[in-house]
Design a protein around this ligand. Structure first.
Ligand code: HSE
Length: 440
């Protein structure tokens, strides 16, 4: 059978990894796919570098339009990133009947509905294993391996940059700003780290997982996005004393509010029990925990970024498409796991309606009745206390730190209670609030 021809848009870190792994493992990949997979054309603005990386083994152009309109190309790999040129070229590739492989989580989380609809109409596949957790085959697991299950929740460490920063903060007791600079120096964080540290990258990935897990459209605009920039070393230390680690988690969960079904979709720093396996995922590694009703909890761990780990996911998609290219489009794996007519309209809930537990830290005057006032406010809001820690004032200080862990409650209850606590004369400044998940 003649080789399947691939056009590559962007030969940066992941693109060159894809080129190299495809070449290195070509015999095995061909044995698995049933046909050779050949990168026939590369488009990159830096033509000279692209030619150097591909050793004259394929055509190199600067204009991606030449790739997506080339009748000889069967599959287009989009590794440009962003929503501008990338979206334009993906839509053109689909319109020209090409299958698409992309690592672009931002594009799918925001424009996925339009892209999948166009692909459905044209009878082509859009594959995106590399968009979530790099080399970990989490899309495959959710969409195919766990297909028997009603997925209950998914919680993941899906951003390596922030996990590296949190690990360093905990290990070395350093503040966020100091560790961020170190992470940038070591190449773990980008020069502009905003998308990573503000939780946007993790929210793109959580949005995609939410769609596949629950058969809902991709809805990044409904996700709650909170990064790690405000996290203090003090909170990491107190969490540890209480038996917890703080991780930036992407969480999506089925829930019921007042008898109505809803989906939680949120990214924020989260306390998790230190004894959980996922709490011990350190450095730039990723891990995703999935709870299915039949299988129980399953955990997926590996590298969430990097040249060859991400290439591993891109090539897995190439092989899948190669195997299914001649299949009737109706018999292929649906883009979002569920057949288009079986998609659900269960709403993504506003943050005020989510239910979780909380870590609260406040500074108070060390005098009689303060604790009683605080616990009374929590009791009046029907918030039950799970654990509490009071630290005596430091030498020469008059203020004490109080840390409270609550049982589960709705976010709106805790917000109201915090407002009341902050209005007490004996409480100094703001109450720090971090959500807590048992993940059991
Ligand atoms: N910047 C991401 C991370 C990798 O730090 O995990 C690509 O999504």
């Amino acid at each position: 059978m003649k080789p399947i021809k691939v056009g590559l848009l962007g030969i940066g870190t992941v693109g060159s990894g894809t080129f190299n792994v495809l070449k290195r493992n070509q015999a095995e990949i061909k044995g698995r796919a049933g046909r050779a997979i050949e990168i026939a054309m590369v488009a990159d603005l830096n033509v000279a570098r692209a030619k150097e990386l591909t050793n004259g083994e394929c055509e190199v152009v600067s204009d991606g339009n030449l790739v997506v309109t080339n009748p000889d190309i069967d599959i287009v790999i989009e590794l440009i990133g962003g929503y501008g040129v990338a979206k334009d070229l993906v839509m053109k590739a689909i319109a020209n009947g090409k299958h698409v492989v992309t690592a672009n989580k931002a594009l799918l989380a925001t424009h996925g509905t339009e892209i999948f609809k166009a692909a459905q109409e044209k009878g082509v596949m859009v594959a995106f294993e590399a968009a979530v957790a790099g080399g970990i085959p989490i899309i495959k697991a959710l969409r195919e391996g766990l297909t028997a299950n009603r997925i209950e929740w998914v919680a993941g460490i899906i951003n390596g940059t922030t996990n590296f920063i949190l690990s360093e903060m905990r290990d070395k007791g350093l503040d966020f700003d100091v560790v961020l600079k170190e992470a940038q120096r070591l190449g773990y964080a980008e020069a502009d780290p905003t998308f990573d540290i503000e939780g946007v990258d993790a929210a793109h990935k959580a949005t995609i997982m939410s769609a596949i897990a629950f058969g809902i459209p991709v809805q990044f605009d409904k996700a709650h996005v909170e990064g790690i920039t405000k996290l203090q070393a003090t909170d990491i230390r107190y969490a540890e004393q209480l038996g917890y680690r703080i991780k930036l988690l992407g969480i999506t969960k089925r829930t019921k509010v007042n008898g109505r079904d809803g989906i939680e979709l949120r990214v924020h720093p989260t306390l998790i029990p230190a004894k959980r396996l996922i709490a011990n995922v350190e450095g730039a590694m990723n891990a995703v925990l999935v709870q299915g009703d039949a299988v129980g909890a399953t955990l997926y761990y590996g590298k969430g970024a990097g040249s060859e780990p991400t290439a591993s996911a891109v090539i897995a998609d190439l092989v899948d498409i190669t195997r299914l290219a001649t299949a009737d489009p109706g018999n292929r794996v649906p883009h979002l796991a569920f057949q288009p007519e079986s998609m659900s309209d269960t709403p993504v809930l506003p943050m005020s309606e989510i239910t979780t537990s909380y870590y609260l830290r406040m500074q108070v005057a060390d005098q009689p009745g303060v604790l009683a006032d605080i616990t009374r406010i929590l009791a009046d809001s029907t918030i039950s206390i799970d654990a509490m820690l009071q630290k005596e004032p430091a030498e020469g200080e008059t203020k004490a730190d109080i840390i409270i862990l609550t049982h589960q409650t709705q976010e709106k209850n805790i917000v109201t209670a915090i407002q009341k606590i902050e209005s007490l004369d004996t409480v100094v400044g703001h109450v720090s609030k971090i959500r807590l998940e048992q993940l059991s």
